[in-house]
Design a protein around this ligand. Structure first.
Ligand code: C5P
Length: 282
């Protein structure tokens, strides 16, 4: 990480897991209708921001292989400037701890954190709803991170209701492969007709599933291998469109024991579920 100027401020951007994900239909524009339980976890990127008096937005050290202008954090800052008619700019540095292309929402969370933090630093005064409307234009997962607490999501992920998730620890494993979200969503074999539910509770939702998992396991042997490796320890589930696979545990010690074994062979994380976003604790 490069040396940051003294006036840069650091903001956390937590990752998420989809504890359940069902595809209930498709909109006319091709986007899929979902029902999903989103849970925040304490694996966080750190977004460093320094406001500028000119209108430039400069993303330093952009995520690997992505042009700065395509990065969601950059686009979030530009979208906020425009929506709030703001003439200030910002320097942005991303300290990435959340693996990319893993279904953990790192890029979306960074973008949500940029919106929240710059709305404050630039004194734009936009309310949460307005930020969420900007967010959904950037990506379907962004509104969840602005909502700020565990949620049951509908629509394409923008219709959010608070959802109580019991305290759990998770072992999350990142297969050594990048899953293409658009390719999975457009796969012919994808389940697209799960029955919409009335809002479940964590206890009544049985069994947990992810409608994208079967197609991803079939298409990417690396994901299947990780899934098989985790199976002896519980019921592995994929998050988002993959590639990460996780298991939830009620006891921290159980999660640590599985992590100690699985991390010998795979890129793994032992994380705690959060109730709310660190920037939006209420
Ligand atoms: O919103 P996001 O940029 O994460 O989505 C990437 C792609 O995944 C979209 O362009 C679309 O093809 C697909 N997608 C979808 N339905 C969703 C979310 C994403 O079809 N609810």
């Amino acid at each position: 990480m490069v040396k940051l100027p003294a006036h840069a401020q650091a903001f956390l951007a937590p990752a998420k897991l989809n504890l359940d994900l069902r595809i209930t239909g498709r909109r006319a524009d091709g986007y899929h209708l979902l029902e999903s339980i989103f849970c925040l976890i304490d694996l966080c990127d750190i977004v460093h921001l320094a406001p500028r008096t000119d209108a430039e937005v400069i993303l330093h050290a952009p995520a690997a292989s992505v042009a700065a202008e395509q990065d969601l954090s950059y686009r979030a800052a530009k979208a906020l400037q425009q929506a709030a008619n703001c003439r200030l700019g910002a320097d942005i540095w991303l300290q990435k701890n959340i693996p990319m292309g893993g279904g953990l929402g790192g890029g979306s969370s960074d973008a949500a954190t940029v919106l929240l933090a710059l709305n404050h630093l630039w004194q734009c005064g936009l309310n949460r709803q307005a930020l969420m409307e900007i967010g959904v234009g950037l990506g379907a997962d962004v509104p969840f991170f602005l909502f700020g607490r565990n949620a049951f999501a509908r629509g394409i992920g923008e219709q959010l209701s608070a959802f109580a998730v019991p305290k759990q620890w998770y072992v999350v494993v990142k297969p050594a492969v990048h899953v293409s979200t658009p390719a999975i969503f457009s796969h012919r074999g994808l389940t697209r007709n799960s029955k919409p539910s009335i809002m479940p509770t964590f206890q009544t939702l049985q069994p947990f599933r992810n409608d994208m998992q079967a197609v991803v396991l079939e298409t990417y042997p690396e994901v299947k291998e990780v899934y098989q490796a985790l199976k002896p320890y519980g019921k592995p589930l994929m998050t988002g469109s993959g590639a990460c696979v996780f298991i939830g545990f009620e006891q921290k010690g159980e999660a640590e024991a599985v992590y100690n074994r699985i991390s010998k062979k795979y890129e793994a994380y032992c994380v705690e579920g959060l109730e709310s976003h660190p920037l939006l604790d209420r």
